[in-house]
Design a protein around this ligand. Structure first.
Ligand code: NFS
Length: 672
């Protein structure tokens, strides 16, 4: 029986709560209420349903039961999980492919409005693959790099190139386990082939290919996407931005950009700043044009351009509910079909732009990189023309927003720790080795309306910060922390453990570092690799005191990310329900796959994937793992309040002393 939750159970975000009250007033359904009405299928949810052929679907709910073809439960679960990972990896990687084509077109001067903004990054990336950079123009280098990257998708044999950036020991593990991806498309196709009726029927063997497919995502498709986004749009560095629905402005034409690929959103940003578009908006009676983002597109333009984020995944419907959005422009991924129906209650136009994504009832203005700026202007003019249709009586914008400082690329972290001439991860490693920083947690991933929006994300973040764990974030998790004000230098520090606070104060960083979109989880792989290479924290990623968490996961992409992180050596904890939980209370051995991706993968890769719904247990297991890794490295056990006697805290204390004592303590000057 469906249970209707209270509004405060839907979301911990006060802006979201205001909009959900508004939705109730208007009688409009949202993902939150649909989640109440749609009780999830407990058989499919546990991975116990096979619908791979027309003899089924087969639901295996009794001991020893098999499908019509004889497939056992663990084979079915392995197939289901592998297909999800393949779909998630395909989504990221197809984004990477389009970026590679865009780089090629830009190098050849065929992409209107795009240029190579970060030549230093281009040269650095090219040098990983021995592409000649000396004496060549950026376009020549970019052309070669684009060719090499495009080839990673269709490569049939050998090893995908970007994975050579992993620690040497990790590369050996992949070779021994025979999971080094050959080519991105090949692994995805083979995942679909192997999981077809009557193919691979050894669960461990199927899951090994899931690993290879996920690695093709993390160490190729997604890594390519991140590299090229930085090359074309600039490697992120900290800047000031804002997050939450309060960024929507009543007196402006509001355009919300939602989806994933920066190729389109960056061009909309450029178009929105052009004088002719601003004049067009003013002529329509608005004060100007105001762009904001949802989901990973929000992260892309927030961290590079400071364009505000209207919110994360569950804010997509709520932003339209403000009644002040002239157009929501979408490209690919995480776009709810419900948007079109919802928008009909207001004047908002839903504009699809990708040749891959159309939604019935939406306006389709197809994006084409050869005429990108022209099309971006056309999209914005469509939004401006819609301004006159806004009904002011329907406008309710929650006046809630927070400042955020995003943009912590691995290049910037490196620079920030050592300056231009001594850029290095040494200070970070040293802080971990002394115990000022206990370990690192990457807290990433989606919102899921089955749990209270942002609750798990922010609870886990805040508790780990108290324990001196440095937090890095991407995706919708990053926006959750941003909305709460945890991504500002001073704002979060009052709640941070004394050792971590000391490091943050000394270096001048927030305790929660925004590292970008979900595709940018590859930046975390790079950081971990650089920490290993810096020395003192072991010789492979699985030895670093670090964990990855996705407390509110829901997408197949999240499963692909989890798997490539595990295969890179990380302990990954997901909140919510496991897609392969089985029903161990009713069907013995229905958790074989669940155990395999934890204990089995740990033996092979040193990393493991676990699903832990209880946040306190999530936190406990994270700390236990970090401490275990510290002990294995021979590092001192973490001690609460051992540090924190230097930095701002000490100076503040000294400031309170009488002048003579202060002179002595600070400057070593003897009292007169
Ligand atoms: Ni990631 Fe980004 Fe958000 Fe989840 Fe969707 S936007 S790619 S999948 S919901 S974090």
């Amino acid at each position: 029986m469906a249970k209707k939750r209270e509004i405060k159970e839907y979301s911990t975000d006060p802006a979201a709560q205001q909009m959900l009250i508004r939705a109730e007033e208007l009688g409009i359904g949202t993902a939150f209420t649909r989640a109440d009405n749609m009780v999830p299928c407990n058989i499919g949810g546990a991975g116990m349903c096979c619908k791979q052929c027309g003899m089924g679907p087969c639901r295996l709910t009794k001991n020893g039961e098999v499908g019509v073809c004889g497939a056992t439960l663990d084979t079915i679960q392995a197939r289901n999980l592998t297909r999800a990972i393949a779909a998630g990896g395909a989504a990221h990687s197809d984004h990477g492919r389009d970026m590679a084509f865009l780089l090629k077109a830009t190098a050849k001067g065929e992409a209107e409005g795009y240029s190579i903004r970060d030549v230093a990054k281009l040269r650095m990336v090219a040098s990983y693959y021995d592409i000649k950079v000396e004496g060549r123009s950026p376009e020549e280098v970019a052309n070669d790099l684009a060719d090499l990257y495009i080839a990673q998708f269709g490569q049939q044999r050998g090893e995908v190139a970007p994975a050579v950036r992993a620690p040497k020991k990790r590369q050996q593990v992949w070779r021994e386990q025979k999971v080094w991806p050959r080519g991105v498309d090949r692994e995805v196709v083979e995942a679909l082939h192997r999981t077809h009726i009557g193919d691979d029927q050894d669960p461990a063997h199927i899951l090994n290919h899931a690993v290879r497919t996920a690695l093709a995502d993390g160490w190729a498709g997604s890594m390519i996407a991140t590299d090229i986004s930085d090359i074309l749009f600039g490697t992120p560095a900290p800047l000031l931005g804002q997050a939450n629905l309060g960024v929507i402005k009543e007196d402006m034409v509001n355009v919300v950009v939602h989806g994933h690929e920066p190729s389109m959103s960056e061009m909309l940003v450029a178009a929105s700043q052009s004088p002719d578009i601003i004049a067009y908006a003013k002529a329509a009676g608005a004060h100007g044009i105001n762009l904001s983002g949802i989901c990973c597109t929000a992260n892309e333009i927030l961290m590079r351009q400071g364009i505000p984020a209207a919110g994360n995944f569950l804010h997509q419907e709520l932003s339209i509910m403000t009644g002040a959005v002239e157009a929501m422009v979408v490209d690919v991924q995480c776009i709810m079909q419900a948007l079109v129906g919802l928008a009909q209650n207001f004047h908002t136009k839903i504009i699809t732009t990708s040749p891959k994504v159309k939604i019935k009832g939406a306006t389709h203005i197809e994006f084409d990189e050869q005429k990108a700026l022209t099309i971006a202007k056309e999209i914005l003019k469509t939004a401006i023309d819609n301004f006159k249709n806004r009904e002011s009586a329907k406008v309710r914008i929650p006046q809630i927003k927070e400042s955020v400082i995003p943009g912590f690329s691995h290049e910037y972290i490196n620079y920030m720790l050592g300056g231009s001439y001594r850029a290095s991860f040494r200070p970070l490693n040293d802080a971990i080795m002394t115990g000022r920083i206990r370990g690192v947690a990457a807290i990433v991933g989606c919102n899921n309306p089955r749990s209270s929006q942002d609750y798990l994300h922010n609870l886990v973040v805040k508790e780990l910060l108290k324990q001196d764990v440095l937090v890095v974030q991407t995706g919708c998790g990053a926006i959750a922390a941003g909305k709460l004000g945890l991504m500002l230098g001073e704002a979060g520090l009052s709640e941070v453990g004394s050792g971590l606070r000391e490091v943050c104060e000394t270096v001048g960083i927030p305790p929660v570092l925004h590292m970008g979109s979900c595709v940018d989880n590859t930046r975390i792989l790079t950081v971990l690799t650089q920490m290993v290479e810096e020395g003192g924290l072991g010789d492979d990623i699985d030895q670093v005191p670090a964990v990855g968490l996705a407390p509110e996961w829901m997408s197949e992409k999240a499963l692909a990310i989890a798997t490539y992180c595990v295969a890179s050596g990380a302990y990954v904890i997901f909140g919510g329900a496991s897609p392969v939980s089985g029903m161990p209370d009713r069907v013995s051995d229905s958790d074989l796959v669940l155990k395999y991706i934890s204990e089995g993968w740990e033996k092979q890769y040193g990393g493991k994937l676990e699903f832990i719904p209880d946040p306190q247990e999530m936190i406990f297991k994270s700390l236990e793992h970090i401490d275990k890794k510290r002990a294995a490295l021979g590092l001192p056990a973490w001690e609460k309040d051992k540090f924190g006697r230097s930095g701002d805290a000490k100076m503040n204390e000294l400031e309170k002393l009488p002048l003579a004592e202060k002179r002595e303590a600070i400057y070593g000057l003897a009292a007169d």
